[in-house]
Design a protein around this ligand. Structure first.
Ligand SMILES: [Zn+2]
Ligand SMILES: [Zn+2]
Length: 166
């Protein structure tokens, strides 16, 4: 499989006022804090690039899958994602993505990376009530429960005082 193409020639968009329609398929490399785009699936990117006066409008919708690690139990699960991008880039001022319209073609990869990373949360859970790992033995506590009882980990060491009959 080839990489998702993110490089486009904007000759016609800039000079003849026509839209560039985008319909690309390919592998997308995204890796961010416990998540990575899934290797065995293609990303699909559709949308258009158009010029309106002194700016260029980039509208893209990207479907892809990510393998994300549960923040509690570290299990990897694959999730479908859809990121929508709507970005205005002015022709004559600098932009955050190093896009220079004087060059023959532009690469929208920096825009895609930033928007996808923005859309991902730092905390990923395999399920809302994931029980995570035992602090003592490291065994995942969703399918099995080890003998290190949770209450022992959570209770204050002084809690036994409450049992004293003074
Ligand atoms: Zn989990
Ligand atoms: Zn344990």
């Amino acid at each position: 499989m080839s990489q998702l193409n993110t490089i486009f020639n904007l000759d016609k968009v800039l000079n003849t006022n026509s839209d560039l329609n985008i319909d690309e398929k390919g592998l997308l490399n995204i890796k961010y804090s416990g998540t990575a785009s899934s290797n065995n699936s293609n990303a699909l990117m559709t949308g258009f690039i158009t010029r309106d006066g002194d700016y260029v409008l980039i509208e893209l919708s990207i479907y892809f899958t990510v393998d994300s690690e549960c923040s509690r139990c570290l299990k990897i699960s694959t999730k479908d994602k859809n990121t929508v991008i709507k970005e205005k880039i002015y022709l004559k001022s600098e932009n955050d993505y190093d896009i220079d319209f004087k060059e023959e073609s532009i690469d929208v990869q920096p825009i895609i990376s930033e928007k996808i990373i923005d859309s991902m949360s730092l905390i990923n859970l395999c399920k809302i009530d994931c029980n995570g790992l035992c602090v003592v033995c490291g065994v995942e506590q969703n399918s099995t429960v080890c003998k290190h009882e949770e209450k022992n980990l959570k209770e204050s060491p002084f809690s036994s005082l409450s049992e004293l009959d003074l």
